[in-house]
Ligand binder design. Structure first.
Ligand SMILES: [Mg+2]
Length: 169
């Protein structure tokens, strides 16, 4: 289960009163974040219920374990390595990230909570990746219980009908 930070755990605005203001200063650069501790509970429950591994898929990379996870009650998580996008890559931020995710995931099935709209098309163009469900999150709203329910349903049905569901939406 791949988890983005900005636009997913940290929406663009305070959606409801459960969100609290935090500051993060990775590598000396200060960011203001909205974080909701309820996300930690939701995601921990999802891990327990599905047995799936939760992994950061964010440009925050390892910094998420210092500045994000502890504030919402998530344990230390592995992260998809996302190197800085080379200026001459010709790829958008979403496309560059989708490339790294597909290399990292290989044939393993994955669910991805992500707000970048162009990762859907980018994943489609990657060769040989496993079954996956992209759970598209609105960055104005952030992660909701409904997103988590969709992930749980999909993971629970994995390996069942074998129709190779690949989803966007
Ligand atoms: Mg994002």
């Amino acid at each position: 289960m791949l988890l983005d930070v900005d636009g997913v755990l940290n929406p663009l605005r305070r959606v409801h009163r459960g969100y609290r203001r935090h500051r993060a200063t990775p590598q000396g650069v200060t960011f203001k974040l909205w974080l909701d501790i309820a996300h930690g509970r939701l995601l921990r429950r999802l891990i327990t219920e599905t047995g799936a591994e939760l992994v950061w898929a964010s440009y925050w990379c390892e910094n998420a374990n210092e500045w994000i996870g502890p504030r919402i009650g998530l344990p230390h998580l592995p992260h998809v390595p996302i190197p800085d996008r080379p200026p001459d890559s010709g790829l958008s931020l979403g496309a560059w990230k989708a490339r790294q995710v597909s290399v990292w995931a290989g044939h393993r099935p994955f669910v991805w909570f992500e707000d970048e709209p162009d990762v859907i098309d980018c994943l489609m163009s990657e060769q040989g990746i496993g079954e996956h469900l992209l759970v598209a999150v609105d960055p104005l709203v952030g992660l909701t219980e409904e997103h988590v329910d969709r992930a749980r349903d999909w993971l629970t049905g994995l390996g069942g009908t074998g129709d190779g569901a690949t989803g966007a939406g």
